[in-house]
Design a protein around this ligand. Structure first.
Ligand SMILES: CC(C)=CCC[C@@H](C)[C@H]1CC[C@H]2C3=C(CC[C@]12C)[C@@]1(C)CC[C@H](O)C[C@@H]1CC3
Length: 377
């Protein structure tokens, strides 16, 4: 294999992904995990992968409609490239479950994420002995909760080799190899037979699809008649005004920092589920359903107060995040980590701040729940 040349765009193939990450899919917890993992990446491939992601967002010759079209046409590669860049950051700053949750008083972030997952599994009536599909399973955090909470057998589908490898390692570490399986594949062309799952769920993953119908249709196809579909969707709310410049800017930040070809309104998402043939049972935005004392789902992003009681609390505070940015710059100056790591940190923050701004303005939700049934006939 010839060595990567600086400046080349990188196709996120299995071969390139393995070369980029080397041995870093080994689980490496702890406060220095991010820096230690970044020092072991192929630096040229990391730089080129970052450049490849940016091309989707600021091609100088293209107007915004052309780049949006490009993002939709190449959404699979764009999102695969994105997760090659951000997975280590996510694990370091958030844990094993890549999604949001409202935080009840006294809960840790990890506890709130687990509760949010369990709510979806209970709403979908997932039970022991069922065969369940997790679409866009990340490194498998929710799938492991599903196994623990319901006793079901979970198949995780993901198009990113690095995340799949990590999901398998976590499953082994937690003694779940016989209760789950992680399959590499595209959610627009799932490598499964028709009518093969009792339930299909997706947690904040189908928003990476270029259009919602294509992914919901695949979920419908692989689900058994009478089976349940359950998702948490990222959507704009009724308050979003597509002519308001400030609001448009916030939504663009969310799309750019989270690899979304396009965010759609919640009502459109419900329509698409119906169009695919499902019968809707639940459709509701869970963001405002707060019991007194709960924190909003975006409160964990860049807390002003530094919390020293846990590493995660420190890492996610504004101060902790600035400390990490400083170290990334310093290590990249010493050429110990790829210089593009500081750029990844920057675009992630744009996306994170965009999410928090969108949540505060109530124009965006990452937790629009839809539960639906595939009819028996
Ligand atoms: C991309 C999709 C569809 C879902 C992921 C949702 C969240 C898990 C991420 C959205 C913004 C992310 C940020 C971080 C962790 C994961 C998210 C909350 C960081 C806190 C990771 C550490 C970095 O230094 C800052 C990041 C800000 C954004």
């Amino acid at each position: 294999m010839p060595k990567a040349i600086e400046g080349d765009l990188v196709e996120p193939t299995t071969e390139n992904t393995n070369l980029l990450h080397g041995s870093t899919s080994k689980l490496d917890p702890g406060p220095l995990s991010l820096l230690s993992s970044l020092t072991k990446k192929d630096k040229t491939l990391q730089k080129n992968t970052y450049k490849t992601y940016e091309v989707f967002w600021d091609s100088p010759e293209a107007d915004s409609e052309t780049t949006e079209l490009q993002r939709k046409q190449k959404s699979t590669d764009m999102t695969n490239t994105f997760y090659n860049l951000v997975t280590d950051f996510y694990e370091y700053g958030w844990g094993e479950s890549f999604h949001f949750a409202r935080r009840c008083k006294g809960e840790t972030l990890a506890q709130s994420l687990t509760r949010h997952e369990e709510y979806l599994f209970a709403s979908a009536n997932i039970k022991k002995g069922m065969k369940v599909l997790d679409v866009g399973c990340g490194v498998g955090g929710p799938a492991r909760t599903c196994v623990r909470f319901t006793g079901a057998y979970v198949v995780g589908l993901n198009n990113n080799d690095y995340q799949i490898e990590k999901a398998r390692r976590y499953a082994k570490q937690k003694g779940q190899e016989n209760y789950s399986q992680f399959v590499k594949g595209d959610f627009l062309h799932m490598p499964f037979e028709d009518n093969s799952f009792d339930a299909v769920y997706a947690i904040e993953a189908t928003c990476h699809s270029p259009d919602l119908i294509s992914v919901y249709k695949e979920m419908f196809r692989v689900l058994k008649p009478g089976g349940t579909f359950a998702i948490y969707e990222w959507c704009t709310t009724e308050k979003y005004d597509e002519k308001n410049k400030e609001m448009i800017e916030i939504i663009k930040e969310i799309e750019y920092g989270n690899s979304l070809p396009k965010l759609y309104p919640a009502s459109y998402s419900v329509d698409c589920v119906k169009k695919c043939g499902f019968e809707i049972q639940v459709s509701e935005d869970l963001a405002p359903t707060s019991v007194s004392g709960d924190s909003d789902w975006y409160q964990d992003l860049f807390q002003k107060r530094v919390c020293f009681s846990s590493i995660g609390g420190f890492v996610r505070s504004k101060f902790g995040s600035s400390v990490m940015s400083f170290f990334l710059k310093f290590f990249s100056f010493l050429r110990l980590v790829p210089s593009s790591a500081t750029n990844v940190d920057k675009f992630l923050k744009v996306g994170g701040i965009g999410c928090a701004k969108g949540g505060k303005a109530d124009i965006f939700t990452p937790m629009f729940i839809i539960v639906a049934k595939k009819p028996l006939a």
